[in-house]
Design a protein around this ligand. Structure first.
Ligand SMILES: C[S@@+](CC[C@H](N)C(=O)[O-])C[C@H]1O[C@@H](n2cnc3c(N)ncnc32)[C@H](O)[C@@H]1O
Ligand code: SF4
Length: 403
């Protein structure tokens, strides 16, 4: 079983605190969700769908452009500091589709000259052939789903690529883009500490400036969940999972890529600016099926999300110009809870002054002192942050802090 806090997280589900200022000078992100994959991986519960009959990409892109018009009207005059194409598998998009969306974003908002533009890619040879086109379209960072560095594990994870193919795609990515990250899933079935140490060392040898290392999570309603429930899939838990996590922190720290978030490691300065925007509770638009957005408007922070079904989303956008299913106000208490929850994942931790500004919350000093004594938390002036041991029990730590 996965330890609390070490599991992968879909950042598009994160909400953000209410800010007092207009927010228009703050960084602003645009998330674009492409919900299609070639096959469904047995562990994955992201909003991803297989369409054997093909996808009418031009029709979907026209709908993305329409939904961008809608979000530009909801959040005018922002300064875009990051754009993220996530999925699903955005590397199934034609480069001209990515270019059309980036051009539309630049027409609606002012985009920073050094804006981070990331695209998630699966590391097959076919997808690597599209990298140059993405670069020409304006993508400057790629996040590759390598997942494992041996073919047996890749097969067990239901992946469509071999380890050699993934490393070849990684080499092409490193030649093509300024910044490259890749994902691995660890605490896989049968994985020992020695095996993960060897694999992670190999990964660090190939790493550019960023690595995402996710502990395998059994997500409800996936093929892995059924096998896990039936007892035919056993994954590391308890002391072994803890050891794998702590080893990950140690090896990455030693290699100069410390954890800046529970599962994300980077050379200082190379953190994912887009993901930091979620964890720091900033604003972002979210377009495409099942995307989430947080937008500060005159009356406070609003949480929006679009229809998850690609076809239902497409029909609604074509009928009325947006695929929004939920649009609700967040109370200041909800904003503060979520800021606490998200920022505790970060190495930089929680800004206590900011927390107080959101809903007047003042965390109990004796609880903080007790957590510090137990080695779970550290305080540095106006900031508190979970230690590596604290990140292993993040849910408990948050409960104590919020009590
Ligand atoms: C949006 S997903 C995948 C992007 C891309 N389609 C791919 O598969 O490479 C982002 C990352 O979440 C991680 N992930 C997804 N499901 C997971 C799970 N159940 N446990 C741990 N990590 C998971 C994988 O490492 C994956 O690369
Ligand atoms: S892990 Fe990636 S490729 Fe696999 S189903 Fe999920 S989004 Fe699609």
């Amino acid at each position: 079983m996965a330890m609390p806090g070490t599991e992968k997280q879909d950042p598009s589900t994160i909400s953000a605190p209410r800010a007092k200022a207009s927010g228009q000078r703050e960084p602003f992100g645009v998330y674009v969700h492409w919900p299609f994959c070639l096959a469904k991986c047995p562990y994955c519960d992201f909003n991803s769908h297989v369409r054997h009959g093909g996808v009418d990409q031009d029709r979907f892109v026209a709908a993305y452009l329409a939904e961008l018009d809608h979000f530009a009207a909801l959040a005018p005059a922002r300064r875009v500091s990051s754009i993220f194409f996530g999925g699903g598998t955005p590397s199934l998009m034609e480069a001209r589709s990515v270019a059309a969306i980036l051009d539309a974003i630049a027409r609606h908002w002012s985009v920073d000259a050094d804006a981070e533009v990331t695209l998630e890619a699966n590391p097959t040879s076919v997808e690597a052939e599209r990298f140059a086109g993405y670069r020409a379209a304006g993508v400057n960072r790629v996040s590759l789903g390598v997942q494992a560095l041996d073919d047996k594990s890749l097969k067990a994870l239901g992946r469509m690529h071999s380890a050699d193919e993934a490393l070849a795609a990684l080499a092409i990515a490193k030649r093509t883009f300024d910044r490259v990250s890749f994902d691995l899933i660890y605490a896989r079935e049968g994985q020992t500490v020695d095996a993960w140490r060897a694999e992670l060392r190999q990964a660090l040898g190939h790493a550019a400036d960023h690595l995402s290392l996710y502990q395998l999570t059994i997500e409800p309603d996936t093929a892995f969940a059924a096998r896990h429930a039936a007892g035919s899939l056993r994954i590391p838990g308890g002391a072994l999972a803890r050891e794998l996590f702590l080893l990950t922190q140690e090896l990455c720290g030693d290699a100069g890529l410390p954890a800046y978030e529970i599962s994300n490691h980077a050379r200082p300065g190379s953190e994912s600016r887009h993901n930091l925007l979620y964890w720091r509770g900033r604003d972002y638009a979210g377009i495409g099926p099942g995307a989430h957005a947080r937008i500060l408007r005159g009356d406070g922070k609003r949480a929006l999300s679009t229809l998850k079904s690609p076809e239902a989303w497409l029909a609604q956008v074509e009928a009325r110009g947006d695929g929004i299913e939920v649009d609700e106000a967040l109370s200041s208490g909800e904003c503060a809870d979520e800021y606490l929850l998200m920022a505790l994942r970060l190495g930089e931790g929680v800004d206590l002054k900011r927390l107080a500004a959101i809903d007047g919350r003042d965390l109990d000093q004796s609880t903080i002192a007790s957590l510090e004594r137990r080695g779970l938390l550290r305080q540095d002036g106006d900031r508190i942050a979970a230690t590596p041991a604290g990140r292993l029990v993040l849910d408990r730590l948050i409960l104590e802090l919020a009590a």
